[in-house]
Design a protein around this ligand. Structure first.
Ligand code: HEM
Length: 461
């Protein structure tokens, strides 16, 4: 297309000299993205000198994400804390190096592999429930994040981390918190050499995890010459690239850290939001509980149940629509490209927001309402592609999407057999958009035993 044939991109009002829209973005990013969506499908805005474009139409999102690695890249700047943690891991790299890693890691997330992790998910959930008492008040945010963190650690490192579980768990927790605090905070703009107290804590936490991780890798090389444990680390250690080369120890460290950071907080927060929504919609909670009783009865859930629990999965998908853990997705144009008749220049950052598109009334009727039925049968087929994209899309699509869906469904099912969770439906819980979309505070819930016909068998185990 000739340059003069391109349509001008409407600008988002309210830019300040020098800062651009930084003030608005930093103060209320969810509101800011929603307002940009209301301005049009393609809107330009500025973060300081950086030229940005915001897109919200699913067709444009599809065209953009499907072309990442051809005309877009995920960029090189992911923030000091994130890069320190993930190193050269799959979640921060692109180009040939990323392609090699993705190819080597993909087999670890194949359906039959995920099936192997299902038992761990159920076992650790059931173990958590052993500590719950009828009528008790609990902080569900701490419970869900603790649970998904344990599942991530166990599926990644198997039993080898058990002896160090407390120290590693604590260190990983500190690391997650510090990364979250730096993200969108003022420290994000500080030079990497400046050692703030938060950065010092982060470094110490990473050093702690690394020492355990390198020791496990080393032990496995010497004491498990064959027949290694069946966990993600073992699969990554066995993986070979096209030239038959394994990953270096540093790369193994970067990839396990990447899987950990990508995997646990996202699913943990999804479960918290799901329980809040279910408490506000008792009819949905009852329908889900009835489905679980029908399918699973009083035995522990297993992988195959996942396929027979469509309503429970719809609850998870609808939660991911309303509270997408990954709430924004920026990519950078590596050449001049066209989006919806507009010219996007090389170096422009193109931003997409799951939060804004998932709540667009053009794609979802009554978008603010919790309606899991949207994801069932014929209704699900009417949702335009990429109107729902909690896991991104294209070549970089979330490697753990199946893992996450299975995990969330099996945790909901395992808990529902033994307990109902009651959160005050009026609880004010504005989402905090950090690295993932957080419930901004503790989430008190009363846990109550499910009807007696389910509990005796499980309780007597
Ligand atoms: C509800 C849970 C989760 C959500 C919402 C989520 C979301 C995402 C999103 C939006 C991306 C970026 C996709 C893109 O750039 O197009 C991503 C990438 C990734 N996710 Fe997830 N994720 C979740 C759980 C997991 C889990 C459990 C794992 C691993 C066990 C995982 C591993 C990864 C990896 C490795 C990538 C990088 C893929 C690549 O660049 O090739 N995620 N995820």
């Amino acid at each position: 297309m000739r340059p003069e044939a391109y349509r001008a991109i409407p600008a988002m009002p309210g830019a300040l000299p020098v800062l651009g829209h930084l003030h608005h973005f930093a103060r209320d990013p969810l509101g800011f993205f929603t307002q940009m969506r209301e301005q049009g499908d393609v809107v330009r805005w500025r973060l300081g000198p950086q030229r940005n474009v915001f897109i919200s139409n699913p067709a444009d999102i599809a065209a953009t994400l499907l072309n990442v690695e051809k005309t877009f890249s995920r960029g090189d700047d992911h923030g000091y804390a994130f890069e320190l943690f993930a190193g050269n891991g799959i979640i921060v790299t692109h180009g040939d190096f990323w392609r090699r890693q993705r190819k080597m890691m993909q087999p670890a997330m194949r359906p039959q592999r995920v099936a192997g992790y299902a038992d761990t998910m159920v076992e650790l959930t059931d173990h958590m429930l052993d500590g719950w008492r009828d009528g008790q008040r609990r902080d569900i945010r701490a419970d869900m994040l603790g649970l998904t963190q344990k599942i991530a650690a166990r599926t990644l490192f198997g039993a080898d981390v058990t002896g160090d579980a407390a120290a590693v768990g604590q260190a990983l927790d500190i690391a997650s918190r510090e990364i979250g605090a730096e993200f969108r905070g003022i420290t994000m703009f500080l030079p990497p050499w400046l050692a703030t107290p938060g950065r010092r804590r982060l470094k110490a936490a990473i050093a702690e995890v690394e020492s355990v991780l390198y020791r496990i890798i080393d032990e496995r090389r010497t004491t498990h010459p064959d027949g290694r444990p069946d966990d993600l680390l073992a699969l990554l250690m066995d993986a070979r690239d096209d030239e038959g080369r394994p990953m270096s120890d540093t790369q193994l460290r970067d990839e396990t850290m990447s899987l950990y950071i990508a995997g646990h907080e996202t699913t943990g927060n999804t479960l918290v939001w799901a329980y809040l929504l279910l408490s506000r919609h008792p009819e949905a909670r009852e329908r889900m509980a009835a489905e679980i009783t029908d399918v699973v009865g009083d035995r522990l859930p297993v992988m195959d149940d996942h396929r027979s629990l469509p309503y429970t999965e719809a609850v998870v998908k609808e939660t991911l629509r309303l509270y997408p853990p990954a709430w924004l997705l920026p990519v950078r144009a590596t050449i001049d490209v066209e989006i919806a008749g507009h010219q996007i220049h090389t170096g422009t950052d193109v931003w997409m927001s799951q939060w804004a598109t998932h709540r667009d009334p053009r794609w979802f009727t009554h978008p603010e309402e919790f309606r899991p039925e949207r994801f069932l049968g014929e209704a699900a087929r009417t949702i335009p592609k990429f109107a729902w994209f909690p896991f991104g899309g294209g070549p970089h699509v979330c490697l753990g999407s199946r893992f996450a869906l299975v995990e969330a469904v099996l945790i909901l099912a395992t808990i529902a057999q033994r307990f109902h969770l009651h959160i005050d439906p009026a609880l004010d819980l504005p989402p905090r958009p950090l690295l993932t979309l957080h419930p901004g505070r503790d989430v008190p819930a009363r846990v109550v035993h499910t009807p007696a016909h389910l509990t005796p068998t499980r309780a007597s185990r």
